[in-house]
Design a protein around this ligand. Structure first.
Ligand code: SF4
Length: 494
């Protein structure tokens, strides 16, 4: 829903709270905003779904957002509904002191008005509290007999039975005490925000840690464009951001200006030298020792997981990790061969998933994964679910070898990593263009949401295509593992 240029929305307020320049861009130069990534869009969509479900805590309300096209109409409709004594309003819209808010649920319980702000999260962050306190500030000044605002989050202790129990799924926390203490803060901040707009000059704020906290800013593409150089010090990974900013602001914007004789940790020096020379770094003896752990015949394994905010299967909780797809890849002669299992989303076939993965890996002596934490965790959960398979699960666990080890230990570094140590970064070594860029699904988060999308997709052809895209993505992961293993072997021979 569009908002007026003169009002300050909750989003604008939170941007100002993070950085006055981000607020100014948001209000005056919205075209500078970075494109919304698929991952962010999926997070928004999930929040929307959880919000819709939470409305059923107070069923039968009127949803202002579906009947109006802009904030002015939403404000007017809310006023009208209040006059008509409607007791539950979704997306109720208010404006006070130039600040516009849309509260997820507003409910009159017979004694007073209470508001509910829904977050699709298990925890209450400081940013959520600030956001809720701003709404409280506007509501307190807009409605007679307003009593409290509650942050509604998902309850990590909730365990799904045969049907959703909304009262147990959600938990709430009052922000009244916090909000009452901060009324003056909002008054003075809103005055300062209006001054920024009146002055009409881009605030002179340099880049800093605030660009990522509490949220990754939407204007990194504008403010960080000078750091796009592949030799930028911000390409140094696993480092304290404070140290990088201090290097950057002391004139060492690129790695060639970094003094290698200064007090730098060894893994920083490795990266600086590798980025400077453009050559990968190998600690050959350590890599040799690592590769010697791989015994007998081996395969590569990758799993995809789904973490539904609203649990779907008996015995699971919000955001519980459900494995839904694996790829096992091995060489037959010179040809990579894949084995997959994709769990149907409509049913809880985690038992079948476990049987399939045990079967697919049983003939191998070593099972190579990239970053085995996830696999270990998932196998632990499956073992609890199917205790009779404990011995086989332990056997698979024993065979797991983590290809991320040489990367994490800095026995190997490649300048193409650019400070990122994921499997996707590793794939950059092999091609000018990443293998993933050709795929419809190119990240675990997108895979998770595409899988979830099959729940509501009625077109079976689209679902078949999604299944194939998911399998292609998972196979790309195991294939990258295989290429990486071969690359390490090749390079320690010389
Ligand atoms: S990128 Fe950083 S400096 Fe630029 S607007 Fe965002 S938070 Fe402010």
């Amino acid at each position: 829903m569009s908002t007026s240029a003169t009002t300050i929305s909750k989003t604008a307020f939170l941007k100002y709270d993070q950085c006055s320049k981000a607020f100014f861009f948001y209000k005056k130069h919205p075209y500078l905003r970075d494109p919304v990534s698929k991952e962010k869009q999926f997070t928004f969509n999930r929040g929307h779904q959880v919000g819709l479900l939470a409305q059923q805590l107070f069923p039968g309300g009127v949803d202002v957002s579906v009947q109006t096209k802009n904030s002015k109409a939403a404000f007017e409709l809310t006023q009208q509904l209040l006059k008509e004594n409607v007791t539950t309003i979704y997306e109720a819209t208010f404006i006070f002191n130039g600040v516009l808010i849309m509260v997820d649920i507003l409910h009159f319980d017979g004694e007073s008005w209470k508001a509910y702000e829904v977050k699709s999260s298990l925890k209450v962050s400081d940013a959520y509290i600030k956001d809720a306190c701003l709404q409280y500030y506007v509501l307190k000044n807009s409605i007679q007999n307003f009593n409290d605002l509650f942050l509604v989050t998902l309850n990590s202790n909730y365990v799904f039975g045969n049907e959703i129990d909304l009262k147990q799924l959600f938990k709430k926390r009052s922000v009244k005490e916090n909000a009452e203490k901060n009324i003056e803060f909002f008054n003075s901040t809103i005055t300062k925000m209006n001054l920024v707009l009146e002055q009409n000059v881009i605030p002179d704020i340099p880049i800093g840690k605030h660009c990522f906290s509490p949220y990754e800013c939407d204007y990194l593409g504008t403010c960080w464009k000078n750091t796009k150089d592949p030799a930028s010090v911000f390409r140094i990974g696993k480092s304290d951001r404070e140290q990088l900013f201090s290097l950057y602001f002391s004139g060492a914007e690129t790695v060639d200006k970094v003094d290698l004789n200064s007090d730098l940790k060894p893994h920083i020096k490795i990266q600086v030298e590798s980025i400077r020379t453009g050559r990968p770094y190998f600690e050959k003896n350590a890599i040799k020792e690592f590769l010697q752990k791989i015994k007998g015949n081996y395969c590569f394994l990758d799993m995809e997981i789904w973490s539904p905010a609203i649990p779907k299967y008996n015995g699971t909780s919000p955001f519980e990790q459900i494995p839904f797809l694996f790829s096992v890849c091995y060489l037959k002669g010179q040809t990579p061969v894949f084995k997959n299992y994709l769990k149907p989303i409509a049913t809880d076939s985690r038992h079948e998933f476990l049987s399939a993965i045990l079967d697919a890996t049983k003939d191998f002596d070593s099972v190579l994964v990239f970053d085995k934490n996830l696999e270990q965790q998932i196998l632990g959960k499956l073992e609890n679910l199917v205790p009779e398979k404990r011995a086989e699960v332990n056997e698979l666990r024993r065979k797991l070898i983590d290809l991320a080890e040489p990367v994490q230990n800095f026995n190997f570094y490649h300048p193409k990593f650019s400070g990122n140590f994921s499997l996707k970064a590793v794939s950059e070594i092999f091609n000018e263009e990443s293998d993933y860029s050709k795929l419809d699904i190119a990240s675990g988060i997108v895979a998770m949401h595409k899988y979830e999308g099959m729940l509501s997709e009625e077109n079976s052809l689209i679902n078949e295509q999604t299944k194939q895209n998911l399998i292609d993505y998972c196979n790309a992961d195991t294939l990258t593992c295989m290429k990486f293993f071969e690359y390490l072997e090749e390079n320690i021979k010389e």
